[in-house]
Design a protein around this ligand. Structure first.
Ligand code: ZN
Length: 70
């Protein structure tokens, strides 16, 4: 799928909005702020916590971005 920058995409409960070819703002339904997400990092609490122990961890925001970019 060819994604367009600056257009919102729905992935399940998430809204993914690409600001460049590789970086997206992800809005979660239970979050009040936008997350900055790429295919291998995210600034949500889950990712920051889990990636310390598991370097390959993908939170659902990363999965949503990957799903659109594949
Ligand atoms: Zn995340």
């Amino acid at each position: 799928m060819q994604i367009k920058v600056n257009e919102p995409y729905m992935v399940d409960d998430l809204v993914v909005y690409f600001v460049s070819e590789k970086e997206a703002l992800v809005t979660d339904y239970d979050c009040r702020f936008e997350l900055e997400t790429t295919t291998d990092r995210c600034n949500c609490c889950t990712f920051r916590f889990r990636s310390c122990r598991d370097s390959g961890f993908q939170c659902r925001h990363i999965k949503a971005v990957r799903k659109l970019l594949k």
